[in-house]
Design a protein around this ligand. Structure first.
Ligand code: NAD
Length: 499
């Protein structure tokens, strides 16, 4: 039954939704210049939601040109920080006002449970926009401690035109982590959402204009990676590219920047994060709930997923028993049903990829403790059971490669040193966690784990005030917090001779 406690029937709401797929350039909805489109299919049931403009090089050129013109005219870049703050606050309020529509679009487009879209994705998006709006009129420049016969000012200026390329797993939140600091700092923006989930980014661009953002400052060009994405990253008139996606694509984006104008590049890429549970941690049920949440939330389609459970030998069976019970209690269900906790994977290719990894785990000798099957929760669609592998060896593919699905690899260890060694022994370094009541072990692990975020006795604790990003091949640069401004501002020294 897809009705929540307010009596809302989400299927009926979905059927009544008007969905548009044109690009937003210069504040207007426009088709691709050559008229090309692609089908936007819902992973819930394979239904076509709309046709989306398939942007390519000429569309990116057009969007970059209006972004550049708006920047040079100072439509936004010359506005006072306080004025920018007001617009971003309006923008956040409009997002909140459109909660149901945005949540529905997100759920239909990428399959996440409607309750998560309502309670997590939309509020986090609004908070991010509001937080950067609030921050921007509280940031001061610096005066360098030079000698008394000079005055050296260090100021921050917007970098210019920013290109952002984002993935499909949290389409709105990942976009907001770019949009908010980029706009707050006074830049103009061309955003390319994932071809798998373009709908909410397009609505956000319309809401921004409604909030008072001058047309042309924030443009969204949907399209494929190898066409629109590549054109944006190669563009000679884009000053910085902010990318979130896989490590393989991140490497290409870095190459495109080097091949073109040496634009500034920031990369938020993949992960294979270790979640380490020591035998001394007293509350096994709590650790199990968090371990399950770390891999099953958002269907496991999370860059920071705790996809490797490292458990000390003596508690392996007890912890696994708890996690298996949780997995059994959350079968994949209709994302439009408010009771559903595990929705659909984003599309058919991703579902097949996850199933291939499950097969690889089996054939390499790991044992399935629970799950492992594709199911059809809505009489079709893209659904995979929450799956836990036991007896995983650190060299197996399921222990080394990012699956991006609800698949947990459980590995045992003897002592903390071994846990840290296994934890660090992958190419990624996005997140890591340790569960222990031994303060020395917690601090030793936090220091030794090569990851951008280390959680102690929790997993995926989150706030806009802290930076998010990775070590090693998980990327360069940080989203969120004031540190994100480093990516979207240039430092300028102005030296005044007073002698
Ligand atoms: P992806 O790399 O396939 O695509 C990401 C974006 O890049 C999409 O918009 C895509 O169209 C575009 N793209 C693809 N090829 C391109 C090319 N040649 N040139 C320019 N752009 C191109 O990743 P995905 O499957 O959409 O997302 C999943 C990945 O994102 C996972 O690896 C996940 O870990 C990562 N991710 C990282 C973070 C983080 O903050 N570190 C957050 C979310 C997701």
């Amino acid at each position: 039954m897809a009705r929540d406690h307010n009596g809302i029937d989400w299927h009926a709401r979905a059927a009544a939704l008007s969905i548009r797929g044109e690009a937003v350039i210069d504040g207007r909805r426009v088709a691709a210049l050559d008229g090309a489109t692609f089908s936007c299919l819902s992973p819930i049931d394979g239904r076509r939601l709309t046709l989306v403009a398939a942007g390519d090089g000429p569309d990116i050129d057009a969007a970059v040109a209006v972004a550049r013109a708006s920047f040079e005219r100072g439509d936004w870049s010359d506005k006072s920080p306080a004025a920018r703050k007001r617009v971003l606050q309006n923008f956040a309020a409009l997002i909140e006002g459109a909660t149901e529509e945005l949540a529905l679009l997100e759920t239909l487009d990428m399959g996440k449970p409607i309750s998560d879209a309502l309670q997590v994705d939309v509020p986090a998006t609004a908070r991010c926009i509001r937080w950067y709006g609030e921050a921007i009129d509280k940031i001061y420049g610096e005066i360098a401690p030079t000698s008394r016969d000079s005055l050296a000012l260090i100021t921050r200026e917007p970098v210019g035109v920013v290109g952002a390329i984002v993935p499909w797993n949290f389409p709105m939140i990942m976009a907001a982590w770019k949009i908010a600091p980029v706009l707050a700092a006074g830049n103009s923006l061309v955003l390319k959402p994932s071809e798998k989930s373009p709908l909410t980014a397009l609505r956000l661009a319309e809401l921004a204009v409604e909030a008072g953002l001058p047309a042309g400052v924030f443009n969204v060009v949907p399209g494929f990676g190898h066409t629109a994405g590549k054109a944006l990253a190669l563009h000679m008139d884009v000053d910085a590219i902010a990318f979130t996606g896989s490590t393989a694509t991140g490497k290409l984006v870095a190459q495109y920047a080097a091949q073109s104008n040496l634009k500034r590049v920031s990369l938020e890429c993949g992960g294979k994060s270790p979640n380490i549970v020591m035998a001394d941690y007293p509350d096994l049920k709590r650790a199990a709930r968090a371990a399950a949440g770390a891999i099953f939330f958002n269907q496991g389609e999370m860059c920071s997923a705790g996809s490797r459970l490292l458990v000390q030998e003596s508690i392996r069976d007890a912890l696994l028993e708890e996690i298996v019970a949780i997995a059994r209690s959350m079968p994949p269900g209709d994302p439009l049903d408010p009771a559903t906790r595990l929705g659909a994977l984003v599309d058919e290719p991703q579902t097949q990829r996850v199933m291939e990894y499950i097969e690889a785990g089996r054939s390499e000798g790991a044992k399935i403790a629970v799950g492992g099957q594709r199911v059809s929760a809505t009489g079709g669609g893209c659904y995979v059971e929450p799956t836990v592998f036991a007896g995983v060896q650190p060299g197996m593919r399921i222990a080394r490669e990012e699956i991006f699905g609800p698949v947990l690899a459980t590995i045992t260890f003897r002592d903390l040193d071994e846990a840290i060694r296994i934890g660090n022994d992958v190419v990624y370094g996005l997140a890591a966690a340790i569960w222990t009541h031994d303060i020395t072990a917690a601090h030793r692990a936090a220091r030794a784990l090569r990851a951008g975020m280390v959680y102690v006795n929790c997993y995926d604790a989150d706030d806009i005030t802290v930076p998010f990003g990775g070590f090693k091949q998980s990327g360069t640069g940080r989203d969120k917090s004031l540190h994100a401004f480093d990516k979207y501002t240039e430092l300028k020294t102005t030296w005044i001779d007073l002698a």
